[in-house]
Design a protein around this ligand. Structure first.
Ligand SMILES: O=C(O)c1ccccc1NCC(=O)[C@H](O)[C@H](O)COP(=O)(O)O
Length: 225
């Protein structure tokens, strides 16, 4: 069953709505050098992460300039996972992963899928996204799902599909890519940074309906090169 992460929650009311809609994970965005209505302060990110109900995985989404900054922000927020935007190489991501008490998710520009193959062994998951020139997400743009499907089938790490997903296209995306999880920010909003309850419910239901229930919780030990 494909997992669902809802990204860019800015209030406790939306956090509860995400959980009630049946999502598996929630993204809390802080310390990003771009203008987005989904960003909260580091302090508020920590408060939101602490307020999440049990069994809803909290994910810090951030764009650090250095390894030290990534570790400091992860420690300050205390989320279950940390999603790292930026051009960190495998060694740097491994250093972050060894230092933080959280799963590490590397964001990869879907237009440059070779980086996914390079960093996958160093992280807990790879998130293939349609990023902007600064490496930020939340663009609302889809990308080449066939190329991302090749990544999902070919790397050992779980692959998360993001970029331009909506309640209307998520089923087609799941069928095309067969990802471990799907992730959405702008596609389930009523206005910037505020989630739409009905869109959340339809997104989760449509993603689940598209998944045949095949077990992708583990990857084969041998993967094609
Ligand atoms: O959503 C943002 O505004 C954002 C800004 C800076 C860094 C990351 C950001 N979002 C990260 C996510 O995980 C989004 O869910 C992902 O990029 C998909 O966004 P969308 O295309 O709007 O569904």
């Amino acid at each position: 069953m494909v997992r669902v992460k809802i990204c860019g929650v800015t209030s406790e009311a939306d956090l509860q709505a995400v959980e009630r809609a049946g999502a598996d994970a929630v993204g809390i965005i802080t310390d990003v050098p771009v203008d987005t209505p989904r960003e909260v302060t580091v302090e508020d990110a920590g408060t939101l992460a602490a307020a999440a109900p049990p069994f809803l995985t909290t994910t810090l989404v951030t764009m650090p300039e250095t390894v030290a900054e990534a570790i400091a922000t992860a420690d300050a927020v205390g989320a279950d996972a940390v999603q790292i935007h930026g051009g960190f190489d495998a060694a740097e991501l491994r250093e972050i992963r060894e230092a933080v008490a959280a799963k590490v998710i590397a964001v990869v520009d879907a237009a440059a899928p070779d980086r996914a193959r390079a960093v996958a062994p160093a992280v807990d998951a790879v998130l293939m996204d349609s990023v902007d020139g600064a490496g930020a997400g939340g663009t609302g743009e889809t990308h080449d799902w066939a190329a991302t499907a090749e990544v999902a089938a070919g790397v050992a790490a779980p692959v998360v599909l993001a970029g331009g997903l909506t309640p209307e296209n998520v089923a087609e995306a799941v069928e095309a890519v067969r990802p471990f999880a799907v992730d959405v920010a702008s596609g389930v909003e009523r206005s910037g940074g505020r989630k739409d309850r009905e869109a959340l419910r339809r997104f989760v239901a449509n993603a689940a309906a598209a998944d045949p229930g095949e077990d992708r919780s583990t990857k084969p030990e041998e993967v094609p090169s």
